[in-house]
Design a protein around this ligand. Structure first.
Ligand SMILES: Nc1ncnc2c1ncn2[C@@H]1O[C@H](COP(=O)(O)OP(=O)(O)OP(=O)(O)O)[C@@H](O)[C@H]1O
Ligand SMILES: [Mg+2]
Length: 249
């Protein structure tokens, strides 16, 4: 188990967006979070690298342990947390910099300035997302000149450059066409050998294809959490069954 929450609640001012969430996320698997719009999927995902802290009026109770450390304890190193737990956004957010400078951005922040080391990091990170052969001769080109799918891969490579443990992905394929989507899905299956992946998706087929375990959320509650097989074929909760059979959402 790499992540464990206990009695987790989150409020945006008076509105309660997460209700007593108890979840255990296993290491080196893909965990999918599904549920209708507004049920709290992104809010839950942002809990794991404390991105909700940036939103005014947020109050959190309960605990979130990563590797048995309470990441909400005042002692916890937030900068280190964001390095260990990287977030991939819905739309690729490549920086308006060269491909090389996108990948080396994080390592430079962490004090690496040696050109040879940075070059090795670029090669390793781009190789991990299967872009190195394609881009190795144009590392100086602007990242924003790449296709959306390649930009999304680049954003994943940028996270890998700082050697995270956990990758959070919030609907990472929603701006991509089906072919690009299937390429990113293949990449995720490859990456789970080394990383723990949590993906929020609206797309139940996608969750069924790639997730090992799936959580179904409704109105801030984690209604059901199980293996993808059980959740999609014989869920325990009627509300899960209604959702996966398309009765609402
Ligand atoms: N910054 C905020 N301030 C106030 N309320 C918010 C804020 N962000 C989200 N909410 C509310 O919290 C609830 C959960 O939002 P969240 O974005 O986590 O849902 P979601 O499941 O990711 O939805 P979607 O599928 O549309 O992305 C929603 O009712 C939303 O309106
Ligand atoms: Mg969302």
């Amino acid at each position: 188990m790499i992540i464990r929450t206990a009695n987790l609640n989150l409020y945006y001012h008076k509105f309660q967006a997460l209700k007593n969430v108890n979840v255990e996320i296993r290491r080196n698997v893909i965990t999918g979070i599904i549920g209708p719009s507004g049920c709290g999927k992104s809010t839950l995902l942002r809990i794991f690298n404390r991105m909700n802290d940036l939103i005014e009026g947020v109050r959190i109770t309960g605990s979130v342990l990563i590797d048995n450390e309470d990441i909400y304890s005042p002692m916890h190193d937030l900068i280190l947390l964001r390095k260990r737990v990287g977030l991939v956004f819905q739309r690729p957010n490549a920086f308006p910099l060269s491909i090389f400078d996108n990948i080396t951005y994080g390592p430079r922040v962490w004090g690496i300035s040696d050109k040879k080391t940075l070059t090795e990091i670029v090669e390793r990170s781009l190789t991990a997302v299967d872009l190195f052969d394609d881009l190795k001769d144009r590392l100086d080109c602007p990242a924003l000149s790449l296709s959306a799918e390649k930009q999304q891969r680049l954003c994943i490579a940028r996270l890998l450059a700082v050697e995270p443990e956990i990758l959070l992905m919030d609907e990472p394929c929603s701006a991509l066409d089906p072919i690009a989507t299937s390429k990113i899905e293949e990449l995720m299956i490859e990456l789970k050998k080394k990383y723990t992946i949590i993906i929020v998706t609206h797309n139940m087929q996608q969750a069924a294809r790639i997730a090992d375990e799936v959580g179904f959320m409704l109105l801030g509650e984690l209604v059901e959490f199980d293996t993808a097989k059980t959740l999609f074929t014989s869920p325990n909760d009627r509300r899960t069954n209604d959702y996966i059979s398309g009765r609402f959402g």
